[in-house]
Design a protein around this ligand. Structure first.
Ligand code: SAM
Ligand code: SF4
Ligand code: SF4
Length: 384
């Protein structure tokens, strides 16, 4: 086996200015990028810290006690996040996902949720407001999150076997506590059960590490109303030592489950959906809604850049146009420099109009010299 090289980089040093264009760009909800893609989804990282050390995201060797996490003053405050989010919503964003790091570690996160839940789209609709969490604090927080206005959550869970789970989170965290968190989220009503609005579980599949957990997970969540989604292990960041041979293609995941539990393919529930949906079939081969569905997210083997409508706001207020971008645009400098809402909205508009990112589509043609390589931003910093 070849030895892993884990480069140490600090993506936060590099950033791009977010210039205010000479011609104002009015936020009319009709923004589209250079490839004709709208802006409808915003992911906001609220902290770069985490209490887990998943090897594929924040490997212990890099994110150790000496790692220079952002100081509190560098983080966008809740007021700054809400003000920026409002401008994104005016540009067409309808869905906001809070992430991190571990978003439930951000103190008083409920206050931010309350502020975001009060936002309305230009046609007066509430946002689809959600959060991705490792579930470790969910048992404690599910009720207060729901009360603050959170609609649903996605919980990351890479296996049911306690030893496998403890090894993957690399801090010896027991799986039972996450399962308790999932139950608390369900009991609190986080996830209505309607298609697209269910409580979801994300499982990152790493060949050689947890593929034997796939069927067990499928059986566990089948018929519960919870949607289990399998995510291909991605080459995000610069520290996880990613190798293609550790990616188990989604097609193999579907094949594996199908051999035991019949599946039929379902239509996407919303345009630009990242997951391919498969429903559990009844004896006649038709989807049985009572048995539910799974999703597969093939970020590596089947790029979905064509429909990518997602922007990412980093913990310190930089706008990233792609999960694999090397640099973000410094919106915080505008916010803290006294720019007006119109100017910030114009800057966001101009940045989005110039967007042509489609890393996953190009992945196989990139070499370490032409690709973003070691300058890539860490997922814990811009959020998944
Ligand atoms: N800490 C929270 C959690 O784990 O749910 C939120 C942040 S985490 C970065 C968001 C999602 O990214 C998680 O579902 C995680 O499994 C996924 N993720 C992190 N690194 C990944 C990688 N290399 N490939 C695929 N998914 C990854
Ligand atoms: Fe933490 Fe989530 Fe990354 Fe795991 S995937 S290290 S829980 S941020
Ligand atoms: Fe979107 Fe970039 Fe992922 Fe393509 S690679 S789907 S552009 S985030």
């Amino acid at each position: 086996m070849s030895e892993r090289v884990i480069p140490l980089v600090d993506q936060r040093i590099a950033s791009l200015a977010a210039p205010v264009p000479a011609q104002p760009i009015v936020a009319d909800g009709l923004l589209s990028d250079a490839l004709g893609r709208p802006l409808s989804d915003l992911r906001i990282s609220v902290t770069d810290r985490c209490n887990f050390r998943c090897n594929y995201c924040m490997p212990k060797e890099v994110f150790d006690k000496d790692y220079p996490y952002l100081p509190h003053g560098a983080l966008l405050s809740f007021e700054e996040i809400t003000r920026t989010a409002k401008l994104f919503v005016a540009h067409g964003v309808r869905k906001i996902r809070l992430t991190g790091g571990e978003p439930l570690l951000r103190k008083n996160i409920e206050v931010l949720i309350e502020q975001l839940a009060a936002l309305r789209t230009p046609d007066g609709q509430p946002l689809d407001l959600t959060l991705t969490t490792n579930g470790s604090l969910l048992a404690r927080k599910a009720k207060s999150l729901k009360a603050a206005g959170l609609k649903r959550v996605t919980v990351s869970l890479d296996g049911l076997d306690d030893a496998v789970f403890r090894a993957m989170n690399d801090v010896d965290f027991p799986v039972a506590d996450v399962l308790e968190g999932i139950e608390a989220a369900r009991a609190a009503g986080l996830g209505s059960g309607e298609p697209g609005h269910s409580l979801k579980i994300n499982m990152v599949v790493k060949r050689g590490t947890n593929e034997h957990e796939i069927l067990r997970m499928a059986r566990h969540f089948r018929g519960t109303g919870i949607v289990l989604r399998f995510i291909e292990y991605m080459d995000v960041g610069a520290t996880n030592g990613w190798r293609m041979d550790e990616v188990l293609p989604s097609a193999d995941v579907v094949k594996m489950i199908r051999a035991e539990l019949p599946l039929v393919q379902l239509d996407p529930s919303v345009p630009g959906e990242t997951a391919e949906r498969w429903g559990y079939a009844d004896a006649r081969g038709r989807h049985d809604p009572a048995l539910g569905e799974i999703g597969v997210i093939s970020s590596v083997t089947q790029a979905f850049c064509r429909d990518c409508n997602r922007a990412r706001l980093s913990t310190e207020g930089k706008l990233y146009l792609c999960l694999f971008a090397g640099q973000g645009y410094d919106l915080r400098a505008l916010i803290r420099g006294g720019a007006s809402d119109e100017d910030i909205a114009s800057a966001i508009g101009a940045i989005w109009q110039g967007r042509s990112d489609r890393y996953s589509e190009l992945r196989s043609t990139l070499t370490p010299d032409t690709g973003p390589a070691t300058r890539r931003v860490e997922m814990s910093y811009i959020g998944g």
